[in-house]
Design a protein around this ligand. Structure first.
Ligand SMILES: [Fe+2]
Ligand SMILES: [Fe+2]
Length: 140
């Protein structure tokens, strides 16, 4: 299905909202997660929080380059009192991001926005690493 630049900007703004919310969700989860067994994943998700902020900066710059207005809206944030439930919430978010960025790479290439496609591929690779860290912590 063909995508227009306008539509791509709209989709990238949705991605940007979800990068903001992912960062906030990770900061929350890292703060409230407890237990010695979770020490390693707590360190990892603090790193994820910083990487989601980097993704937000990249997307905001790319949206501006395409002459769109980068959103300041923040997507939905989930939390829980249960450590594993929080990790599952984070993994759901990462799996959703992986699917969205796979589509976004294709859409950027359709529009011959190859530099954008390259940036999106880098983000996609990081989301896959995030998902792997969470799967490992969940024993999946
Ligand atoms: Fe991200
Ligand atoms: Fe991520």
């Amino acid at each position: 299905m063909a995508v227009t630049t306008e539509k791509l900007i709209e989709l990238l703004n949705k991605d940007l909202e979800l990068e903001y919310s992912a960062a906030i969700q990770y900061i929350n989860h890292a703060a409230v997660m407890t237990g010695a067994a979770y020490g390693d994943i707590i360190k990892e998700i603090k790193i994820h929080a910083n990487e989601e902020i980097q993704h937000a900066m990249i997307l905001a710059d790319q949206i501006d380059y395409l002459r769109g207005s980068p959103t300041v809206n923040v997507g939905k944030i989930q939390t829980s009192e249960d450590n594993d439930e929080m990790l599952r919430q984070d993994l759901d978010g990462e799996e959703d991001a992986i699917n969205r960025y796979k589509s976004r790479v294709e859409q950027a290439e359709q529009l011959k926005e190859f530099a954008l496609a390259q940036q999106l591929r880098n983000i996609l690779a990081m989301e896959q690493e995030h998902a792997m860290d969470l799967r490992q912590a969940l024993g999946k």
